[in-house]
Design a protein around this ligand. Sequence first.
Ligand SMILES: Nc1ncnc2c1ncn2[C@@H]1O[C@H](COP(=O)(O)OP(=O)(O)OP(=O)(O)O)[C@@H](O)[C@H]1O
Ligand SMILES: [Mg+2]
Length: 266
Amino acid sequence: MMQSVLKVDRLTKDFGGLRAVDDVSFNVNAGEFVGLIGPNGCGKSTTFNCISGLLESSGGTVEVMGRDATGKRPDQIQSFGLTRTFQHTRLWRDMTVIENLLVPPRHQFAPNMFLSLFRPGSRKAESQRVDLGYQLLEMLEIERVAHNFASELSGGQSKLVDIGRALMSSPRFLMLDEPVAGVAGPLAEKIFENLRSLVRDQGVSMLVIEHNMDFILRSGVDRIIVMDSGKVLMQGTPDEVRSNKEVIEAYLGNDSTSQAAGSGAS
Ligand SMILES: Nc1ncnc2c1ncn2[C@@H]1O[C@H](COP(=O)(O)OP(=O)(O)OP(=O)(O)O)[C@@H](O)[C@H]1O
Ligand SMILES: [Mg+2]
């Protein structure tokens, strides 16, 4: 049985003289829901970009679903079973919300087109995809805008459509970059509950970037990786993170635990 869906070992990324990711190592185990948190500019998105093959890392290795992903292309890594979203959503603005969900992910476009053209029973498969699309919109509470153009959505709604797009591919391992940024508090909590049930009920493994420490501590993740200045500051359960001295100094200073990440760290 596969123990880890992701193994990051001594990952480093330099942008010229700036070391954005500095000797980062962590794992995500199969069936685990893991949060990645840290102040603005600490290297979270760059870590995602190196893992998913969007950026070439400067050092270290990455294994995805037990396969060596170091130096591989995004489409190859996606074919290992990794689906990711981006901090800045990438929707087709001139398509409707439901159309955005039904378009296969970029790198899978060509093969899926072939399948849908030539595979027998494809019409049934297509109607199942449509059903799944509407179910996901309902789960994300945006079914009302199913037929709106993506260009008409608020930032928060776009984020939710992006999550829906990612879930359409029934990923085994999902990496979400700030999925609820700009989403109102109660809905953000509900989305995280739904992500939690995907992990629990469907065995999806998940790594989720979030910028709000208070939120991630209450979000139901199994484990939190805390980054600071390109490095892993600590990793542990929410309780361990909450009581960690360095984390308290960096984030939870004063008497408040409700600060957004970053605001207390500089
Ligand atoms: N393509 C790039 N070229 C040069 N520098 C970059 C590039 N991408 C990121 N950086 C720099 O690398 C550092 C880490 O950026 P990154 O976006 O990974 O941080 P982050 O933790 O995701 O921050 P945020 O919370 O703002 O999303 C920052 O100093 C950033 O300016
Ligand atoms: Mg980022």
